[in-house]
Design a protein around this ligand. Structure first.
Ligand code: GLY
Length: 421
């Protein structure tokens, strides 16, 4: 089989790495990929938004299966496009991808089908949103409706801050049409977990749960990022809670989407808050998480390609998906200045010093003409180690990370620390 993975981040490097292990796969293509994927796959030069060019190359290269990483092309209907070409693609249709691409859509679905979520209201008028806002107690959660690259959720500590955010989103349109509507949610506190499931639109097969670290600095301080690290599985989210989340969140969502006429095939990602043993759904995504994928897929024992095919063919219920009992910790190394402005083009040293039983999933990297790997993005790479317990995996991941260096690099030192603290 030939498999084409679309995307170029750490998530896609992990997918390529896992897919390449399948005895069914003779070749993996990735577009655009990065310096890490270039070692195990053929990197192509198309961006994920170049859907027609990707379709053409998939046809020319006789690709048997396409796996889409990022949300943008899914929201644009890339899976429908490949379906039209007769090339199986793993991921949701454009309609089903709205569970992620429109927060108003997913809130309406959750309310209609009784899926637990924080109280909130949807607004398409700035003045009505503003009037409502003035009656709320801070902190206040404001969410832009559309895709905003991780910048769409603001937690405001005062009505004035919330009002400014609302004006930026709805009047100044700082997020473009993603801010045509907003959702104003009650603020809830608890422990956050990502429960991501494979689904063929009828059956869900949850992966191991994972926690990600969105803030830049230790202690959950600083601005939001795309994710600075992750670990799996969290001790505070035992199998019973995962089962409860499957029965009260994932399965109801899948059944609701099928009933509404847009079954969700691919991945359903529930961002959950655990509050006193109860679950609230903060968000749904329709794709693999990043950096959660980097710590979850190394624990998958079943051939990933068998799962991807079962999803595409609609017989996921016939497959027994097996997971390791080990744990996994991943730490992201980022460019100096990230998530603000940063420079790229610095050589990365020490990649060859990483132990054979640890992994480096690259993201913002490129291969130089001199054969060296250079930084090429904000999140540069994730170092990943597994172990029998979090303390061991953590110790290994940081020992390996300390051997890698590039100018200005920064990383969090407290990933998974709360599990052993
Ligand atoms: N880790 C958060 C996300 O993938 O959306």
């Amino acid at each position: 089989m030939k498999v084409l993975v679309i995307g170029g981040g750490g998530r896609e490097h992990t997918l390529v790495w896992k897919i390449a292990q399948s005895p069914k796969v003779e070749k993996v293509l990735v577009s655009p990929g990065n310096a890490g994927t270039a070692l195990i796959a053929d990197n192509l030069s198309y961006r994920p938004s170049e859907i027609e060019a990707l379709g053409k190359v998939a046809r020319d290269r006789d690709v048997d299966l396409v796996v889409v990483g990022p949300e943008g092309p899914l929201a644009s209907g890339i899976v429908d496009y490949f379906d039209g070409l007769g090339i199986p693609a793993f991921g949701p249709s454009r309609e089903a991808a709205q569970i992620e691409s429109s927060k108003a859509f997913s809130r309406n679905l959750m309310e209609k089908y009784g899926i637990p979520c924080p109280r909130g209201s949807i607004f398409s008028s700035h003045s009505e949103a503003h009037e409502y806002l003035k009656r709320q107690q801070p902190p206040i959660v404001i969410k832009a409706d559309g895709l905003a690259g991780g910048k769409g959720t603001i937690i405001a500590d005062s009505v004035m801050e919330a009002s400014r955010a609302l004006s930026d989103i709805m009047e100044k349109k700082v997020l473009g049409s993603a801010g045509d509507k907003v959702i104003i949610d009650e603020y809830v506190t608890g422990r956050e977990v990502s429960l991501i499931a494979f689904t063929d639109g009828k059956t869900v097969s949850p992966m191991l749960p994972a926690c990600d670290y969105k803030k830049t600095w230790d202690g959950d301080l600083g601005p939001n990022t795309g994710g600075m690290g992750s670990y799996s599985p969290p001790g505070f989210f035992p199998a019973e809670l995962a089962e409860k989340a499957t029965n009260t969140v994932l399965l109801p969502a899948i059944r609701a989407m099928a009933k509404e006429g847009f079954p969700c095939k691919g991945v359903l990602y529930a961002g959950l808050m655990v509050v006193d043993g109860e679950l609230l759904t903060l968000e749904f995504n329709a794709r693999f998480g990043d950096p959660e994928t980097q710590v979850v897929l190394p624990l998958l024992k079943t051939d990933l390609v068998d799962i991807l095919l079962a999803v595409v063919q609609g017989n996921l219920d016939e497959l027994d998906v097996e997971w390791s009992r080990d744990v996994c910790v991943g730490v992201v190394m980022a460019s100096g200045g990230y998530p603000g402005s940063y420079q790229t083009g610095f050589p990365i040293d020490g990649l060859d010093k990483v132990d054979r039983d640890s992994l480096v999933f690259q993201a913002g990297t490129r291969l130089g003409d001199d054969g060296r790997v250079y930084t090429d993005g904000g999140r540069v790479l994730t170092v990943v180690s597994t172990g029998k317990d979090i303390a061991g995996a953590r110790a290994r991941v940081y020992a390996n990370l300390s051997r890698i260096d590039f100018e200005g690099c920064h990383y969090r030192k407290d990933i998974a620390l709360r599990e052993i603290g």
